[in-house]
Ligand binder design. Structure first.
Ligand code: ZN
Length: 273
């Protein structure tokens, strides 16, 4: 089976989500035979079922929440119900930060016993999905609520999701991987001490420092959408020398090197180009 990540949605930030200019559904990852859903934002269940081929929630082995913000978490409970066949089939794990279980919990209490385990994410820990697939939460992000990015290790290589965060020095080192996925909400820098997201220049800097085989931009705010993310991605490719693509709703990233028929260069091919 080919490992892939399907971007059910690519919306970030309030207006893009509330107006559904892009879908705010999460990321479906099929890695080493396991199915993991990341950040089930609004519309996730619907997007799974309307995907072609259909993505069956009952085939999920786990759901990972990077942080409790509404655009990442609203479909958590319904996805747990769907994963567990309406709670009749106790299975799967839910991974989430501690503050998503505390008061005003993202995961309803009555559903917690319907999953195999509720795992609290902690900085520096790693979590075994299956014999060959592990993910880590190397650093705490700076994002107002408890937030972690994810670094997956598969037999084929490493894939990191640099989830919502204000930029900080340790990011590049923490997410050194073959493929990086970056949540880039802002087009231009916002010079405000409360800023909690990456802008395009922060993304470019991370791509230069990490120098992955492929970088994928996603989680777009309004300012990014207006600038046409696919054009920005090709500009970043030229500037950094790294293959950069912009995700779109329904984008299926085949990790072995193919993207819906269009070939994505593997690391060796990039080096040889
Ligand atoms: Zn957020």
């Amino acid at each position: 089976m080919i490992d892939f990540i399907k971007f059910l949605g690519t919306a970030g930030a309030r207006f893009v989500v509330s107006k559904q200019l892009r879908s705010s559904a999460g990321l479906w990852c099929s890695l080493g035979g396991s199915n993991i859903l990341i950040d089930p934002g609004p519309g996730t269940l619907q997007r799974c079922l309307s995907s072609r081929p259909r993505l069956d929630p009952e085939s999920l082995d786990g759901i990972v929440l990077t942080h409790r913000h509404i655009d990442h978490s609203t479909d958590m409970n319904i996805m747990v119900e769907a994963m567990t066949s309406g709670t009749f089939n106790r299975k799967g794990k839910v991974y989430l930060p501690r503050d998503a279980l505390d008061e005003e919990p993202v995961l309803y209490r009555y559903l917690r016993k319907s999953v195999e385990e509720v795992v609290i994410l902690k900085k520096g820990n790693s979590y075994k999905i299956s014999e060959n697939v592990v993910f880590a939460t190397p650093v705490s992000h700076i994002h107002g609520v408890e937030t972690y990015g994810l670094k997956f290790k598969t037999p084929g290589g490493t894939v990191s999701l640099i989830a919502d965060t204000r930029p900080f020095t340790e990011l590049a080192k923490a997410y050194r991987s073959d493929i990086i996925i970056l949540n880039v909400v802002l087009y231009q820098p916002v010079y405000h001490k409360e800023v909690q997201h990456l802008d395009l220049e922060n993304a470019a800097e991370l791509i230069r420092k990490i120098n992955p085989r492929l970088a994928v931009l996603t989680h777009f705010g309004m300012t990014m959408l207006k600038q046409k993310p696919w054009e920005l991605a090709s500009r970043l490719s030229e500037e950094t020398g790294v293959k950069v693509v912009a995700a779109y709703d329904g984008f299926k990233l085949e990790l072995s090197g193919y993207l819906e028929g269009e070939k994505i260069l593997t690391g060796e091919e990039v080096k040889n180009e």
